[in-house]
Design a protein around this ligand. Sequence first.
Ligand SMILES: Nc1ncnc2c1ncn2[C@@H]1O[C@H](COP(=O)(O)OP(=O)(O)O)[C@@H](O)[C@H]1O
Ligand SMILES: [Mg+2]
Length: 287
Amino acid sequence: MAEDGEGIIRAQGLVKRFGKLTAVDGLDISVSKGEIYGFLGPNGAGKTTTVRMLTTMELPDEGRVWIDGYDTKTEFIKARRCVGVIQQQNSLDKDLTVRENIIHHALMQNLSLKESKKRMKELSDIMELNDRMGSKVETLSGGWKKRVAIVCSLIHNPDILFMDEPTTGLDTQSRNLLWKMIRNINRKGTTIFLTTHYIFEAESLCDRVGIINKGKLIAEGTPEELKERVGNFALVATAPDGNESITYYKDMDTAKKASLDLPHDNSISIRPTNLEDVFLELTGRKI
Ligand SMILES: Nc1ncnc2c1ncn2[C@@H]1O[C@H](COP(=O)(O)OP(=O)(O)O)[C@@H](O)[C@H]1O
Ligand SMILES: [Mg+2]
């Protein structure tokens, strides 16, 4: 039986250990239907391991996960059907064409050929892939491959799309295009859970962001809420020896006043706070 409760994705007390390393260390997660939720953290923070547990690819050592109300341990198949997953490394067959990859994927999801073709058409329209359907995957750039992977993962019409670092390694233009497409998919009703180590991606694409460090969620909220907690303006003072110190203030005026007290040989700038600052304040280091 599907269990009622808040959140189309819910996790309670998730733990994953690899030998002595606790890669995921007691995570509670709740993502609402229709959200774009960003999981932001540095390399090795535990993002991929979390995604693997949320999407039933890996069993947690402790804790439970519900997808659309289905317990991923006891109602594995129902939970699995609700999710599409795009892993960090693409799993496309490079010797096949785009069309062949998509159809192959659809048939593996038990769609009929007729259904597969209908869904392929809808999704390749959204992803603007129509001109590339006959191209071999190995001839495509990273951005195009990602689009094909998205079509494959959405072919069975899941409620939730998980994307593990979808834009890592892409150039700015492909990244912007992909963001537009992710927003389109979300507008059509798909909940998005994505991991990233790009500050700007989390800020500009996500409705809500969870910041993960060493397997723990250290902050969560809308980008605005997170920045407000630290202070909306950063006063950056650079000493003659190059040493930089940053202090945060709730408004521009307070920051300006504070800057007057700084040593006169410092070079000073005031800028809006970003999520890198939030991470820096919480952990003492950069993402
Ligand atoms: N299969 C595994 N065996 C051993 N250690 C692992 C394995 N998978 C991940 N780890 C370790 O767990 C930590 C978290 O990894 P990962 O979830 O991949 O982080 P992220 O995706 O945030 O970069 C890292 O220290 C990584 O080396
Ligand atoms: Mg990863």
